[in-house]
Write a protein that binds this ligand. Structure first.
Ligand SMILES: Nc1ncnc2c1ncn2[C@@H]1O[C@H](COP(=O)(O)OP(=O)(O)O)[C@@H](O)[C@H]1O
Ligand SMILES: [Mg+2]
Length: 264
């Protein structure tokens, strides 16, 4: 089990963001978002399309700047991408000319580190069920396997924090459930702090300690709902837990009250 501290590892204070583009003028993406995620916590974020979820994640990853408010990771203000943070997007974006092992090792090379990392990389691949595929090329892997390789790559530098933006959105339902179970295991055994964005209410409840629901644009936090369901969770039993249906309908109700919110 994870033992959690009370120190926010991810701290978002009054984060606002307005994009200004030639084509669409001003887009007010986020409005004063406040969210603190404790060390070891798993938080899922749901919200209507276009409400600024990816913007929030990119700002935390140091890939975009906020224009109001303050973002800190482990007490340090975000100034750009950091080795303490692993990021996973919907597409694994593996480099096709590198093997799976070379792709996963890439962040270590880019970071200028040359320690004997091969054992660690092989351990990661084995953990993700890719032990026999390190020497293969991405095109030889299924979508689910590529995404697992992407997660291994995000874990290569052993970051404290994992930021995941709809990481399983492109997978079929069964593969997605398997990935959820795998991710729960990775989180429980590695004590990561995870913020994961999803469109799936069932995925959010399965994975999260807390489900954060955002409003339509400009994105604000509408609700922060604890998930008091013991772990490890399984898809067979979670739906019959006494709190599951109430939580799912609370989240669905909040999302349906927003404009254009297609959710399962
Ligand atoms: N680089 C950008 N330039 C201009 N507008 C953007 C940019 N990125 C996102 N947006 C706009 O900001 C809003 C929030 O986008 P996003 O964070 O991707 O939402 P979500 O991930 O919740 O679907 C959308 O209206 C989107 O079109
Ligand atoms: Mg998005």
């Amino acid at each position: 089990m994870n033992t959690r501290s009370t120190r926010p590892l991810i701290d978002i204070e009054n984060a606002s963001k307005t994009y200004v583009t030639a084509s669409s003028g001003q887009v007010h993406a986020l409005e004063r978002v406040n969210l603190a995620i404790l060390e070891g916590e798993f938080v899922c974020v749901v919200g209507p399309s276009g409400c600024g979820k990816s913007t929030l994640l990119r700002m935390l990853a140091g890939l975009d700047e906020c224009d109001g408010g303050r973002l800190t990771l482990a007490g340090r203000e975000v100034e750009g991408p950091s080795g303490e943070v692993g990021v996973v997007f919907q597409a694994a974006n593996l480099l096709p000319w590198l093997t799976v092992r070379e792709n996963v090792r890439l962040p270590l090379r880019v970071g200028g580190r040359h320690e004997p990392a091969d054992t660690r990389i092989d351990d990661l691949l084995a953990m993700a069920g890719l032990g026999d595929f390190g020497g293969r090329y991405p095109y030889e892997l299924s979508g689910g396997m590529q995404q697992r390789a992407g997660i291994c790559r995000a874990l290569a530098r052993n970051p404290q924090i994992l930021l995941m933006d709809e990481p399983f959105g492109a997978l079929d339902a069964l593969t997605r459930e398997r990935m959820n179970i795998e991710l729960q295991r990775i989180w429980q055994s590695n004590r990561k702090t995870i913020m994961l964005i999803t469109h799936s209410i069932s995925e959010a409840i399965f994975l999260a300690d807390r489900v954060v629901v955002m409003s339509a644009r400009p994105g604000r936090i509408l609700a922060d709902l604890p998930v008091p369901i013991p772990r490890p969770r399984s898809f067979d039993t979670i739906v019959s837990h006494e709190r599951y249906a109430g939580l799912a309908s609370a989240i669905r109700g909040l999302l349906n009250a927003q404009e254009g919110a297609p959710n399962d």
